[in-house]
Write a protein that binds this ligand. Sequence first.
Ligand SMILES: *Cc1c(COP(=O)(O)O)cnc(C)c1O
Length: 375
Amino acid sequence: MHNLQMVDLKRQYHKIKSEIDTAVLNVLESTAFINGPDVKHFGAELEAYLGVKHVIPCANGTDALQIALMALGLKPGDEVITASYTYIATVEVVALLRLTPVFVDVDADTFTMNIDSVRAAITPKTKAIIPVHLYGQSVNMAPLLELAKEHNIPVIEDNAQAIGGTYTFPDGTTKKTGSMGIIGCTSFFPSKNLGGYGDGGAIFTNDDALAETLRMIANHGQKTRYYHEMVGCNSRLDSIQAAILRIKLRHLDEYCTARRAAADYYDNAFKNNPKIITPFRAPYSYHVFHQYTLQMKNVDRDMLQIKLAERNIPSMIYYPVPCHKQNMLKDYGSANIVLPVTDRLQDCVISLPIHTELTGEELSYITTNLLEIIA
Ligand SMILES: *Cc1c(COP(=O)(O)O)cnc(C)c1O
């Protein structure tokens, strides 16, 4: 078996090639490269999809998080609670803005922030909480939102890995991930569940005033051209990316279904194996499997990766070093923090290929070989 990839963007492109090529060529012909009509249309279409009032497109997911924090008007030293078990971008923007990241542990089954740890981490200086819907699974939002409300702390959802996913509240209402906090952020990095063909990101909110501030910050702090009200940045979604994303948004639900079907196949093949813990699916979450991540028990993970690679099966460790142990953050003394679940998980997880184009034959090849290797 050749050409197995963690994410197969080429096969996906070829299925929608004529639509995409036409859309891109239209942008070229229009020469509306910056803030062209596709950017506006994509924003409106994403608002409808997510059920939010405002979508502010921007240059990437990291910018989305940075702009969200800037819009809250925080001061240096203000504390932001987030999980250490996330991609570095979630935390990097906190440090970049001279805010203080406060790390909490995750639940061993969902890989998402543990609510008791959040409660214990709240201080009078806590000015934001960033839940991360890791690997495509929603954080348990109801208790988190309640806790945040009790302390009047804004919640910014990092939805870079879970667009298309949903959360069901105890009363049965279902909302899209990213639409529940005061602000939601996402990334359109090519390998994300809704990926462009380059960089891109977006910020969501239902708050009109906040939407205006977010738009201004993303646009050099201006509302009227050349009149700059505040320090902002330059963060735009390309017209070409917007044109591509408009097409891919129409396929997003079907892409989520395809990822879930691949996850079902894996789950079934690995169930009852004493050396493997398959991903937990929280009953409140419609998991969209940005990653399919196993926990291995009593398996030499490095050896497993090497042997998989020998059989042309790629695998990845997301993430080899948790944020609190990154040198980048050593000034925050975070290396001394003990997050037992995060540390333990990071030593035993392995992610397998997951994307929209996996065939039964490929899934069978991957699972059979993995089981053979660890037998
Ligand atoms: C990808 C990602 C980001 C950053 O998105 P970019 O578009 O690469 O800047 C932020 N948070 C999480 C959890 C991500 O997976």
